[in-house]
Every structure is written in structure tokens, then in C-alpha cells.
Design a protein around this ligand. Structure first.
Ligand code: 26V
Length: 803
């Protein structure tokens, strides 16, 4: 077949239109007179997808022909959001598409807005995986993302009486036009059963077996030079799972049980919840992803190579946190049990191939599985882990207390990931230091070159070009095109900072974003907000360490002050919150309810209405972020120092010209270094001071007693100002803050308060604020995920890009 015959030329508007109408008729099965928004979106998606196939095939062929090393990014989460507009931009088709829809009397943006988010992730870790996939495609780094095709992504959030209520998410109920099912690429994955020794070899006979079926989505890089594959596994019962004997005996329900169990594996994404700890299904999901992916990787390698000893020259596997950390034992198992390797050789080989990224130090998020559960679900892997542990003990002599892969009857997945990886990385400079010092001190001194830092980054295609078209246009007008793939060019904006007309144009981009947001809030949430106020935004998962509580307490203090002196020249503010709480996280849910209760009271207060509003649109997700972030003046990055590994929202806000109010935590530290201390609102204790403060008895009570503002706020809550029908509603929060306050809300409150007042003063000096905001955009090009991915390529993967 001459494939060149099939190649699509760069479309003129007329060709694009024909293609669109062709798909509307022949793929969607309708005509322009009857087409719904959904129909148009499908026709458009197929039209765009057609154009993705050429770079996709080209890249795949080139990688094969040139026998290139490939990266495999294993992640339980890919929080991609919508694909249509992103693909359209990366293929260079946005202008054509907008024009064609215009001429049809339709609005491209309105149609793109119909797409459901692919919410296959909880938050930072999953969104980072999505940014890295996009950057790898843009840079021409041959790569596969491997994940699970969850039938239900992260739950949907709504509020009832201010309380979070969860509902299942259903993105696959309507067709997914982006993915290609590959029934021929299906792998068996076994669970449970027994291991027996035969002629000195271990034979594992699983009791259950499911099939992992591949669903591939092309990931097109910017400039359509390259595309990679996101391969998501769906769990299917394997033919012998259906119990025919029971069926024939008339026990239909029992006969279908194993089949139902199989499908459960890719049914639903776990929210990052304490209740998921120790759950057999979660461990099984992790093994399902890992085993299918490792089998696929080895199969692909063996198609063109015969010597597995050279695997590290062609394969780099990156583990996104410890969730796929069973990859080490799995690869060792395949090498030893199926390919006749000795144990030590298999371990060496696996270690050269694997890398592990740590994303958190929070004790409750560090995975460990009980030895009993591991033995039940993955008996052969437990043997290998025990053997690894013995080998390590022999190699390195007696180990200090608490060191080792197994302890307290638990398999420690972080230690396992460490010893089976050649590189371990943290996600910001501060976090990497803490990973060395607090998480793996013993392993770090045994392997001093293993821990490296790769500071996170975000893709400027989605987070500027897609989310903020007016700013993108200004960047192109000022710097020429090219900033999209060379974000350090933003530095060039500094040359224009003394030009009042340019500052005015920059200010206009922010105003447009605020107008767009306020229109959306009015249309979709029935909330009216002024566009000339300071937009102060905190959007992220709810967690005590992120301190949404401190933010809402300060909001109360601010409201009380305005009421005491309404004429004091206040800066009008809109306080915007967004984010979900894990369903079983009671304190986080209490905080959500408090925010909503405060919003109800404050927004109804005629004395303060024009000066302060609190809004909390439900169901924060990637597409809501795309609307909120460009409109923000102030970015709240206020975690207790030492607890936020990096943050990536912080980067998106700065790149969109918001100023940060933040602690010295995660990547805030590096953002402040880049933008300059004068252009960042710093407050709060440092990580070391946090550790010291926690050891001071009664630190919370002491801090509260020193702070009049804090006492007034707590008293108002205690009196039921925000819950008049139930004054004691926030008893648990009050008790926590007076008596334990692990996250040091009280200790940091006054510092936060003073800094918020400095924010107000600065905002009143319009020119000064504009200059600071501009410098934030100009100096944060470093936080492009292209830079991060290049660092992974050179420091960890040892791979050179194909472009
Ligand atoms: C833990 C668990 C536990 C069991 C069930 C499901 C689940 C899902 C996720 C997690 C850990 C999440 C860790 C995480 O998201 N870390 C964030 O990673 C970002 C990217 O590196 C970073 O910017 C954030 O600071 C960090 O909190």
C-alpha cells in the first residue's frame, strides 16, 4: 500500500469544512440541520483526530527504524482534562477551526466546552503526568504513558446545604472519540494462587486471571512534529473466568462472580483517601497496571532484540510515585522465571531500567502493604521482595532500626522503589533535600548518587495558549511566535516594562480573563461578581496542610475589619475557592462547609457586599482551572512549610500574571528566587521552624492569645455567626485549632494577616502591581515542563530527543 496516497494535506478552511461535514454525515450519522452540540463535537473531534494520525505513525515508524530508546511513564493517574482544544492547538488548526465554525454560524469554544474532562487523577501527581506526556511529545522524546482506563474518574462534587456530596463520574458514557481499542494487545494478569518449587525453580500458578486490553490515545506535540501514545488498560474477564460448571448447575449469580471481579479492576479511580489504605482492590489495580505494562514493554523490546541484557540501552521506566513500585519485582520475576536469569543479574538489570519519582512526604500517603495481603495477592512477588531484602542486608551489613524493605509486618513500597531504581527524584529543590534528610537517610548514604532533583513544570501550551488566548496573543505580538516551545523567551517582556502602553495592554489581558470568568460564574453558577475587584484564588485539593482553613479564617477577620470601619478605603476583593475533599476526610469536609457558610453570611451582608465576596464553585477540575487561573490577581500557596512537595498550580498562576502570597514551601522557594523577593508576598515559618514550633507545648494557644484578630474570628465561629441554627457546628475545627494545630494555622496567622494587608496596599498602587505581575510572567519560563522533561532525559533516562 502506498501510504503517501493517504496523507492529508494541510487543510484550507474549505478542506477542513468538507472534512467536518463528511464526519458529521458518515461517522456521526446526522446532517447540519439536525446536528446537536454533541454531534458537532464528535464530528470536529474526528476531523482533528484524523490530523493527529500522521505525526503519530511517523513518530512510531521513526522510533522503530532508528531503534531508539523509549521512555515508559507508569502512572495510576493521568489527569488530562479535555483533549479537543489541546489537540487542535498542537496541530496548528485552531484558527482554521474557529473560522469554519464561524461561517457555519457556530461557536468553536461553545462546542469544545461540551467535552467531558478525562478526570483520571486526583490532583498534582496526575496533572503532572499529563503535562509531561505533552512535553515529551513536543520535544520528540519517544515515550508511552501507561495507565488505567477507569470507567469512572474522580467523583463529581456538588454542595448541599454547603456540604460536599459526591456522585460518580461518567466520562465514558458518551463516546470517547480519541481512543483506539487494540484487542490484539491484551495481556493476562494473574492474582493469588500458589508458588511451588520445581527443580530449583519457582512456579507461580495464579488462582485468578484477567485480561488487560489496550486503549491507545495519540498525544500530539506542539507543531505536529511528533506524537506519542497514552496506553490505558481496561480489565476484561479472560475466557476461563466464567464458571461454566456453576452456570450449568443453574447458579447464575455465582457463575458470573469472577467475571464481575475482573471488571472491578478498572472500574473506579481511588480518591486519595485514608480509607483506601490496605485495600486489596487498590493493590490489585496497581499490579494490574504494572504487570500489563511491563509485559508490553518486554514484548516490544523482544520484537527487535534478542538479548535482554541490553534492555537498559533501549528502555527507561519511570514510576510515578510508589503506586507502580511492584514493577521492580515484576521485571525481576519475568527475567528469572520466564527468561532464565539469575537473581542478581535480574536485579541489576531492573535497577538500571527503573526510576522512581517521590511526590510526597506525608506519612499517610507513604504506601505500605501488609505482608499477609502481599502473600495472598502476589505470593511470588513477596518471595522476590524477601529475597531482595536479604540480599540488601548481606550486601550492606547490619542495618539500623527501621531500615529494610519489610518491617512491622509491612512491605515498605518507598524503600522497595528505592532499591530497585538507579535514580530517585524529588519534585522541587526543597522537597528533594527533605527526601534525602528525612525519608531515605540510610539509603541515601549507601547510594549517595541516586537521589536527584527535578523541579516540576507545567505545559505552556495548555496553561497559556489554551487557557489564556489574550495573553498568548500579547506574547506573540511582543516576542514573536516561538515562546510556546522556548518559554525562557518570556524574559524578553522585561524590555517593555517601562512602556506604559505595553503595561496597559498587559493589564487588558487580565481584565478580559476576569470578564470571561465573571460571565461564566453568572451563567453556570448564578453568582454575580464585579470585574474590578482583586481576584484572590485558592484552588487545589482540600487538605489541612494546604491550609484553606487559614484562608477562610483570614477572610472572616477581613470582613470584621471592614464592618468596623467601612469607609477605610478597602480594596474590593473576591475570594475564590475551589477543590474537592476525599470522601472520608471529615476535617476537610468540615472546612468546605465552613467556607460555604461564611460565603452565605458575607455575601448577604449589605454593609460589605461591594467590598468582599466569597465564591466557591463546585466540582473544581482541569477545565475549571483553565478558567480561574488566568483571571487571578493573587495566588494562594500557603501550605505549612515542608509539606507541599512542589505544587504546580503555583507555577500556572505566576505564568498567568498572578502574584503569589506564599510560604517557603515546595517550588514556591524557586518561584520566589526566579521572580525576585520584591515580587512575591512571603510569609510564615520555614520548614525547620515548623519542626521546632511543633515541639513547643501549647504553641497554638500561645499564638491565639497573642492575636486579637484570631480570637475575634474564633469567637465569631464559636458564637454561631456562620451557623446560627447550629452554633456548635464547627466545634471540631475549634477544638483542633486551640488544642493541636499540627498544621500551624495559629502560628502563621498573624504573619499571613500582615502580608495580606501588604497585598492590599500594593494593589492600590496600580502601576507597581502591574510591574510586579509582568515580572512574574517574564521570569517564570523556567517552570515549563519542557525544561523538566529535558532534565529527566539527561539525568535519569539517558535518552536524546528525536527532534
Ligand atoms: C496517594 C494515594 C493513596 C491511596 C489512594 C490513592 C492515592 C492517590 C494519590 C496519592 C498521593 C498523591 C501525591 C501527590 O499528588 N503529590 C503531589 O504531587 C505533585 C506533583 O509532583 C506536587 O506538585 C504536589 O506538591 C504533591 O502534593
Amino acid at each position: 500500500v502506498d501510504l503517501d496516497d493517504l496523507t492529508l494535506p494541510e487543510p484550507t478552511p474549505e478542506q477542513f469544512r468538507r472534512s467536518l461535514l463528511h464526519h458529521l454525515q458518515y461517522t456521526v450519522g446526522t446532517d447540519p440541520e439536525h446536528a446537536s452540540k454533541f454531534d458537532w463535537r464528535m464530528a470536529l473531534s474526528y476531523t482533528i483526530r484524523d490530523r493527529a494520525l500522521e505525526p503519530w505513525f511517523d513518530a512510531t515508524r521513526r522510533t522503530w527504524n532508528e531503534d531508539r530508546k523509549r521512555v515508559y511513564y507508569l502512572s495510576m493517574e493521568f489527569l488530562i482534562g479535555r483533549l479537543l482544544e489541546d489537540a487542535t492547538i498542537n496541530l496548528g488548526l485552531r484558527d482554521v477551526a474557529v473560522e469554519v465554525f464561524d461561517r457555519l454560524g457556530l461557536d468553536f469554544a461553545d462546542i469544545a466546552d461540551d467535552e467531558p474532562d478525562a478526570a483520571l487523577g486526583n490532583g498534582g501527581l496526575g496533572r503532572l503526568a499529563a503535562c509531561y506526556l505533552e512535553s515529551m511529545a513536543t520535544l520528540g522524546c519517544p515515550a508511552y504513558g501507561y495507565g488505567i482506563r477507569y470507567e469512572h474518574g474522580l467523583f463529581k462534587q456538588r454542595f448541599e446545604g454547603g456540604r460536599q456530596v459526591e456522585a460518580p463520574e461518567d466520562w465514558l458514557v458518551t463516546d470517547n472519540p480519541w481512543s483506539f481499542t487494540r484487542p490484539e494487545s491484551a495481556y493476562p494478569v494473574g492474582f493469588r494462587g500458589e508458588v511451588v518449587e520445581q527443580d530449583g525453580r519457582q512456579i507461580w500458578t495464579p488462582q485468578l486471571q484477567v485480561l488487560a486490553e489496550a486503549h491507545d490515545t495519540p498525544v500530539v506535540g506542539y507543531g505536529r512534529q511528533w506524537a506519542n501514545t497514552l496506553r490505558l488498560w481496561a480489565a476484561k474477564p479472560s475466557a476461563d473466568l466464567f464458571d461454566l460448571e456453576r452456570f450449568n448447575a443453574g447458579d447464575f449469580t455465582a457463575a458470573a462472580e469472577p467475571e464481575a471481579w475482573a471488571r472491578t479492576l478498572s472500574r473506579v479511580l481511588y480518591p486519595n483517601d485514608t480509607t483506601s489504605r490496605g485495600k486489596e482492590l487498590r493493590l490489585s489495580q496497581e499490579y494490574f497496571l504494572t504487570s500489563a505494562s511491563v509485559q508490553d514493554i518486554v514484548r516490544r523490546y523482544l520484537e527487535t532484540h534478542d538479548d535482554l541484557r541490553r534492555l537498559p540501552e533501549y528502555v527507561a521506566i519511570q514510576m510515578n510515585d510508589t503506586h507502580p513500585a511492584i514493577a521492580g519485582p515484576e521485571l525481576i520475576r519475568l527475567l528469572v522465571d520466564d527468561h532464565g536469569f539469575g537473581f542478581d543479574a535480574a536485579v541489576d538489570l531492573s535497577t538500571q531500567v527503573l526510576g522512581y519519582t517521590n511526590h510526597t512526604l506525608l506519612p499517610e500517603a507513604l504506601e505500605h502493604w501488609s505482608v499477609g495481603l502481599m502473600r495472598k495477592v502476589l505470593p511470588r512477588h513477596l518471595q522476590i521482595i524477601e529475597q531482595l531484602d536479604r540480599r540488601d542486608a548481606e550486601l550492606h551489613g547490619p542495618r539500623p532500626e527501621g531500615v529494610g524493605l519489610i518491617g512491622d509486618d509491612q512491605v515498605r513500597m518507598g524503600d522497595l522503589a528505592f532499591v530497585t531504581s538507579h535514580k530517585i527524584n524529588g519534585v522541587s529543590a526543597l522537597h528533594t533535600d527533605l527526601v534525602r534528610r528525612d525519608l531515605f537517610p540510610a539509603l541515601d548514604s549507601l547510594h549517595p548518587d541516586r537521589i536527584v532533583n527535578v523541579t516540576n513544570g507545567v505545559t505552556p501550551r495548555r496553561w497559556i495558549a489554551l487557557a489564556n488566548p489574550p495573553l498568548a496573543q500579547l506574547l506573540t505580538d511582543t516576542l514573536g511566535s516561538g515562546w510556546e516551545t522556548d518559554l525562557e523567551r518570556l524574559k524578553g517582556l522585561e524590555d517593555h516594562i517601562d512602556d506604559p502602553a505595553f503595561r496597559e495592554a498587559f493589564g487588558a489581558t487580565k481584565r478580559q480573563a476576569k470578564e470571561r470568568l465573571s460571565g461564566w460564574l453568572a451563567d453556570h453558577h448564578g453568582i454575580e461578581v464585579p470585574t474590578d475587584a482583586l481576584y484572590d484564588v485558592q484552588v487545589k485539593r482540600l487538605h489541612e496542610y494546604k491550609r484553606q482553613l487559614m484562608n477562610i479564617l483570614w477572610t472572616i477577620a477581613h470582613w470584621q475589619r471592614i464592618k468596623r470601619d467601612p469607609g477605610a478605603g478597602w480594596v474590593p476583593r473576591v475570594k475564590i475557592f475551589g477543590g474537592k475533599a476525599a470522601p472520608s476526610y471529615v476535617m476537610a469536609k468540615d472546612i468546605i462547609r465552613l467556607i460555604n457558610d461564611v460565603a452565605a453570611v458575607v455575601n448577604a451582608d449589605p454593609e460589605t457586599r461591594d467590598l468582599l465576596q466569597v465564591v466557591y464553585p463546585a466540582n473544581y477540575n482541569v477545565s475549571m482551572a483553565e478558567k480561574l487561573i488566568p483571571a487571578a490577581d493573587l495566588s494562594e500557596q500557603i501550605s505549612t512549610a515542608g509539606m507541599e512537595a512542589s505544587g504546580t498550580g503555583n507555577m500556572k498562576f505566576a505564568l498567568n500574571g498572578a502574584l503569589t502570597i506564599g510560604t517557603l514551601d515546595g517550588a514556591n522557594v524557586e518561584i520566589r528566587e526566579h521572580v525576585g523577593a520584591d515580587n512575591f508576598f512571603l510569609f510564615g515559618l520555614t520548614a525547620d521552624e515548623v519542626t521546632a514550633r511543633r515541639n513547643e507545648p501549647d504553641h497554638a494557644r500561645t499564638a491565639i492569645e497573642k492575636s486579637q484578630a484570631m480570637r475575634d474570628v474564633l469567637q465569631a465561629i464559636a458564637e454561631g455567626t456562620f451557623s446560627p441554627d447550629e452554633p456548635n457546628r464547627y466545634g471540631a475545627i475549634l477544638d483542633m485549632i486551640w488544642n493541636s494545630d499540627w498544621f500551624l494555622v495559629a502560628s502563621d496567622f498573624d504573619s499571613y494577616d500582615e502580608t495580606q494587608q501588604a497585598v492590599d496596599r500594593t494593589y492600590l498602587d496600580h502601576e507597581r502591581w502591574q510591574r510586579m505581575a509582568l515580572l512574574n510572567v517574564a521570569r517564570t519560563g523556567y517552570f515549563s515542563s519542557d525544561r523538566s522533561v529535558r532534565e529527566y532525559m539527561s539525568r535519569i533516562w539517558n535518552i536524546t530527543p528525536a527532534l
